[in-house]
Ligand binder design. Structure first.
Ligand SMILES: *Cc1c(COP(=O)(O)O)cnc(C)c1O
Ligand code: SF4
Length: 337
């Protein structure tokens, strides 16, 4: 059983306060990082669809004065986003057609993904989410009855994957309500949460969150989305330790990104740092070919060469699986190297 929160609800949690303070104006971020105010950027009016958004704590892990910092590159809206590149589209992974009422995407056997919310604590420029029509999809907007009904109608589903957006953008009251309902479905064994918040907003891992994670009978896996070792500072390590103490198994999914982590040493450092934090590398994703993100793409031959070099340097369990999402395939496509 998930305990009802016994905490005072007088004040909004600290993480929501941090979220409201996040950098939203390119000029403010440049000033904070002591970068050239004239650094080229996407035109403001084009930025409106997918704005800049960076929590202060995450920006604090970027190197001042370095426009090629691997964390900065993940969030900086480059002018090149406006370029049209053949092969890059609005719905790169074909999910828009798969979305059922209640925010459910059931593409793969045994597990179903719930698009819980469209909101994120950070806006990552490589993300497929930038073109997602969330208003139609979101499970949290009163559609949970429909989500639960759909799950019950297919007893082969034994794992629910909370995704988004970032599912931890929802309040703990909402999440506890959903997880209590999932807990009561006997067919379910596992709850997986795909979230970047323990990394970009470690304040999010507070007592309210931990109470429903430790309270469910479901086995919980939290897949954090870290792309570079510099993202994992001591505040993140502490948040991850608390998640493990609450009983969650921690995995990481990274995206292979040009300029960010496309070197053997960057990938090696990431795997080692993850394990220091009690997280196992799970997937290394090829970029989803989404319009606006072409400047991050690494060719397949280069990716496989990186994997070969990486696997010669690391223990087997520290080597992530190189995968690509192919529309219509029965699982992620494992890419041999
Ligand atoms: C990636 C994904 C999953 C999970 O796949 P795993 O290989 O189990 O990590 C499930 N559903 C959808 C729709 C996905 O895109
Ligand atoms: S869904 Fe993940 S990758 Fe995309 S913007 Fe949100 S946190 Fe970043």
């Amino acid at each position: 059983m998930i305990p009802k929160p016994t905490f005072s609800r007088q004040q909004a949690p600290l993480w929501q306060h941090e979220l409201r303070k996040a950098f939203a104006r390119p000029a403010d971020l440049l000033e904070f990082l002591q970068l050239d105010p004239a650094l080229p950027a996407l035109q403001l009016e084009r930025l409106r669809d997918f704005p800049l958004r960076v929590p202060h704590g995450f920006a604090g892990r970027m190197k001042k004065g370095d426009a090629s910092d691997p964390l900065f590159l993940q969030v900086w809206p480059q002018a090149r986003e406006a370029e049209d590149t053949p092969g890059f589209s609005q719905d790169a992974v074909g999910d828009l057609h798969k979305l059922k009422p209640g925010g459910l995407i059931h593409k793969y056997e045994g597990r179903a993904l719930v698009v819980a919310t469209g909101a994120c604590a950070i806006n990552c420029r490589y993300c497929f989410r930038r073109h997602f029509p969330y208003s139609d999809a979101i499970a949290a907007r009163g559609h949970w009855q429909e989500t639960l009904r759909q799950l019950q109608s297919d007893p082969s589903i034994e794992e629910v994957i909370l995704s988004g957006g970032d599912p931890l953008s929802l309040s703990d009251d909402k999440l506890a309500e959903l997880v209590t309902a999932l807990d009561a479905l006997p067919q379910l064994r596992r709850l997986r949460i795909h979230t970047r918040q323990p990394v970009v907003l470690p304040e999010r891992v507070d007592d309210h969150l931990l109470s429903w994670i430790s309270g469910t009978r479901l086995k919980v896996a939290v897949v954090i989305h870290a792309n570079h070792a510099n993202e994992l500072d001591s505040s993140v390590a502490a948040a991850l330790e608390r998640l493990r103490d609450a009983g969650a198994t921690l995995l990481n999914q990274a995206v292979l990104l040009k300029g960010v982590n496309d070197s053997v040493s960057a990938l090696e450092d990431l795997s080692k740092k993850l394990f220091d934090c009690g997280v196992l590398p799970y997937y290394l994703h090829m970029l989803d070919r989404v319009a606006g993100a072409a400047h991050f793409e690494i060719p397949l031959e280069e990716a496989t060469a990186l994997m070969q070099a990486l696997s010669s340097r690391l223990s087997g369990y520290l080597v992530p699986r190189l995968v690509r999402e192919d529309a219509g395939a029965p699982s992620k496509t494992l890419l041999p190297w």
